[in-house]
Design a protein around this ligand. Structure first.
Ligand code: NZQ
Ligand code: ZN
Length: 388
């Protein structure tokens, strides 16, 4: 087992009605000037915007709206930093999906930094202070509500950087599964694929434990069962609730304390796809994952695929190990297809033309030569081509 250094300072408030019950009390802990951040309007359609405004009517509320999926440095992060600096904001309330929350994280540290906030995202400098963040997460996917990560895109340079900063942990996250009832089939499936891939990025590595393996295998099974139920019946509270919790655990290391670090290769590759083509993160991951699995299947990795196949998909353990591994990879592909994810890059508007450029970008920036199974620029291009 590997050494680890772990802390998650985020308070989770989970369940039906928790926003009505506790939002005012929680926000009173942080001050009067609130920056309310949100996306393109889903929170207005579901009545959450009006509810928040009513619950916080004694606060001074400033707003940053229109935060897009794959949130953009310019304008969203820069606009948010400006509002915070000009108005001496006490707390940011992020209401929406992972994109809204990630954007808010970059604003929270950027507002307390004198230089260009991009320095903090690109690790040129490190934050020493931040504005507290409270969130109401409305989409089960990223786990941003319980982690120190943030992912910000910059269209002028085709960068999409996932970075970790301990100041990014939200102070309080509200998780009411009923706010995910309105999530579309497409986003529910993409969220499931994202959360499954977060687990796989931690499962497929050199050193794990029986405890971690069991936890992650249960997470994968629960996500597959519950995502299907959510797609069939979007208002199935139990399924939405369990899916939400599986996603929340995703990125804060709890699934894999004591395991070795895999290098998160599928995320490294997917960031280039979203950066160049602005596709949905979870769909990009679902497309790449089975191709990456086939690419790295070898004597070094086969036992891990056997364990995955037998314990997650119930494949007969008595067969040849490569047969089991290949069946497990095919089952992964089939599951994503079953929940309606387009399984080829060309289905999401990506063709051959920029593959070499993207592979070069990934090889230069994502450190995948140090992954559990190291990937060269050629390996990355081969995986992209196999995904076409
Ligand atoms: O903008 P609005 O109108 O709110 O609509 C959003 C958006 O169009 C909609 N939506 C959200 N909640 C809804 C809803 N529609 C109906 N009902 C609701 N309750 O869904 C669309 C997608 O939202 P977005 O926030 O982009 O999705 P997600 O939560 O999947 O976030 C994706 C972003 O997170 C990053 C991804 O790279 C991507 O940029 N990630 C962040 C991570 C982290 N911080 O730890 C880890 C992940 O690996 C991931 O990279
Ligand atoms: Zn992800």
């Amino acid at each position: 087992m590997q050494n680890f250094d772990y802390q998650t300072p985020t308070r989770l408030i989970f369940g039906k009605g928790v926003v009505d019950e506790k939002l005012s009390e929680v926000m009173n802990m942080f001050g009067k000037k609130v920056l309310l951040t949100y996306g393109g309007g889903s929170i207005k359609k579901m009545g959450l915007y009006d509810k928040v405004k009513e619950l916080l009517k004694d606060k001074d509320i400033y707003e940053l709206s229109g935060i897009q999926p794959n949130p953009k440095y310019d304008p969203s992060v820069l606009d948010g930093v400006k509002i915070c600096k000009e108005n001496d904001i006490d707390v940011i309330l992020a209401v929406g999906g992972g994109s809204v929350l990630d954007c808010s994280k970059a604003i929270a540290t950027g507002a307390k930094y004198e230089g260009d906030p991009w320095d903090l995202i690109s690790y040129k400098a490190f934050a020493t202070n931040s504005i507290p963040i409270v969130d109401i997460i409305t989409l089960a996917a990223t786990g941003s509500e319980y982690d120190a990560g943030g992912v910000i895109s910059r269209t002028d340079t085709n960068d999409k950087i996932g970075y970790v900063d301990l100041h990014n942990f939200p102070r309080v996250s509200f998780l009411d599964p009923t706010y995910t009832f309105s999530v579309s089939k497409k986003q529910t499936a993409a969220g499931c694929a994202d959360a499954m891939n977060h687990i796989m990025e931690q499962y497929f590595t050199g050193d794990s434990t029986l405890l971690n393996d069991g936890f992650m295998e249960a997470g994968l099974k629960s996500l597959m069962i519950n995502a299907k139920k959510c797609i069939e019946n979007p208002k199935d509270y139990t399924a939405r609730a369990e899916m939400m919790l599986c996603c929340t655990y995703g990125c804060n290391q709890i699934y894999a304390l004591g395991s070795s670090y895999s290098g998160w290769p599928c995320h490294g590759m997917e960031h280039a796809l979203s950066a160049y083509y602005d596709i949905t993160h979870g769909e990009g991951l679902a497309i790449i994952t089975p191709r990456w699995m086939k690419h790295i299947l070898s004597e070094k990795t086969v036992e891990r695929f056997v364990k995955y196949g037998v314990n997650v998909f119930g494949i007969d353990a008595g067969q040849d190990k490569y047969d089991i591994a290949n069946q497990a990879i095919d089952a992964t592909y089939k599951f994503f297809e079953t929940i309606g994810i387009p399984m080829h890059l060309k289905d999401v508007g990506i063709d051959e033309s920029r593959i070499d450029e993207m592979a070069h970008h990934v090889a230069e920036n994502e450190g995948l030569d140090k992954a559990w199974v190291p990937l060269s620029e050629k390996d990355i291009a081969d995986i992209f081509r196999a995904s076409l």
